[in-house]
Design a protein around this ligand. Structure first.
Ligand SMILES: [Zn+2]
Length: 60
């Protein structure tokens, strides 16, 4: 199994070591957001926003 080590922010496409899994608005699947975008989404989609955990790239 090959796992992706780096994830891209769903919104700004930046790659971060720590991403936040969440769901919002009409999106059915979980998406990953960086911290900045997460803040914006929380404000914009407070009603539908769901937090799904934090993802960290494990560097070793
Ligand atoms: Zn972002």
């Amino acid at each position: 199994m090959s796992k992706l080590r780096i994830k891209e922010c769903f919104k700004c496409s930046k790659q971060k070591d720590v991403m936040y899994r969440c769901r919002y608005d009409e999106i059915k699947d979980w998406v990953f957001l960086c911290r900045n975008c997460l803040k914006q989404i929380k404000n914009l989609f407070g009603n539908t926003y769901q937090y799904g955990g934090t993802w960290k790239s494990k560097k070793k």
